[in-house]
Design a protein around this ligand. Structure first.
Ligand code: FAD
Length: 233
């Protein structure tokens, strides 16, 4: 068994991946070569937050069946030990001024896909309980500053069809949040936005990685494996 301290250089504080060849004998680069019986790849993912577990999933999911892949996730605290573990869980595509974020459409599509994978595995993890990964009731953003009102209204015109923004007045807002007061009589309602329970999501996504590794190992030639380690600095 390899020891982390001696064999894995730790690069830095944010989630990064390092690709490490386990087998140092020369290998042919093309996966389709008939001469390759088994290639072995070993990855270390530093940080078990939203980024790290997403990376772990994306290392396992597309890997060819003949490849032996081992992913080790390291975190000094635990799954969700950093910012991901305290996040409010508000999930949408817009800046505080409701401007569409960079690569929003692609990120939204992929995030919803990971969310649905986590939800499927949460069903296994929390059978017969009301523990949820996500609430889908939309998000309401009241306009609190008149200064930014026109900029926000312009930005809201450019919302994405898959994550819409509706401008609504106080009466309409009260049908969603009783007794809410809107000083500018304007709020932006994102009906497709989601609220994530961060810890449930992360645990379910880690389980999804384990399940995927087991399932692909049972049908392929190469084994897939994921392990979690508390790392010491
Ligand atoms: C209070 C708060 C509320 C937020 N609310 C929202 C929200 O509602 N919606 C939203 O989209 N975003 C929100 N965010 C931002 C969001 O939480 C972060 O953008 C996101 O969690 C970043 O994920 P990450 O995986 O990159 O980092 P992290 O979750 O911080 O993961 C990094 C991990 O690396 C580990 N680590 C660090 N250094 C080392 C080391 N040397 N060795 C081993 N492990 C190490 C840490 O323990 C940690 O678990 C919020 C942030 C905060 C702080």
């Amino acid at each position: 068994m390899l020891s982390w301290q001696s064999n894995f250089p730790v690069l830095g504080k944010t989630s990064r991946i390092m690709r490490i060849r386990k087998n140092r004998t020369p290998v042919v680069a093309a996966f389709s070569s008939p001469h390759i019986h088994q290639r072995s790849l070993r990855y270390a993912v530093l940080g078990a937050g939203f980024a790290g577990l997403s990376v772990a999933w994306h290392l396992l999911e597309p890997s060819p069946i003949e490849l032996h892949v081992r992913v080790d996730v390291l975190d000094e605290i635990g799954i969700g030990g950093g910012a991901s573990g305290v996040a409010g869980g508000l999930l949408h595509l817009y800046s505080p001024k409701v401007k569409l974020l960079w690569l929003a459409a692609k990120c939204w599509e992929e995030t919803l896909r990971l969310l649905s994978i986590a939800e499927t595995n949460n069903g296994v993890l929390n059978q017969n309980s009301n523990v949820f990964v996500a609430r889908r009731k939309g998000i309401l953003r009241p306009v609190v500053s008149l200064k930014n009102m026109s900029v926000m209204s312009d930005n809201a015109q450019n919302s994405l069809a898959s994550c819409r923004i509706r401008s609504i007045d106080e009466d309409a807002a009260r049908s969603l949040v009783p007794n809410i007061a809107l000083p500018s009589n304007l709020a932006f309602y994102m009906p497709d936005a989601v609220n994530i329970h961060h810890q449930v999501y992360l645990e379910a996504l880690y389980l999804a990685c384990e399940t995927l590794a087991k399932e692909t190992s049972s049908v392929g030639l190469g084994e897939k494996e994921i392990n979690f380690h508390i790392s010491l600095n």
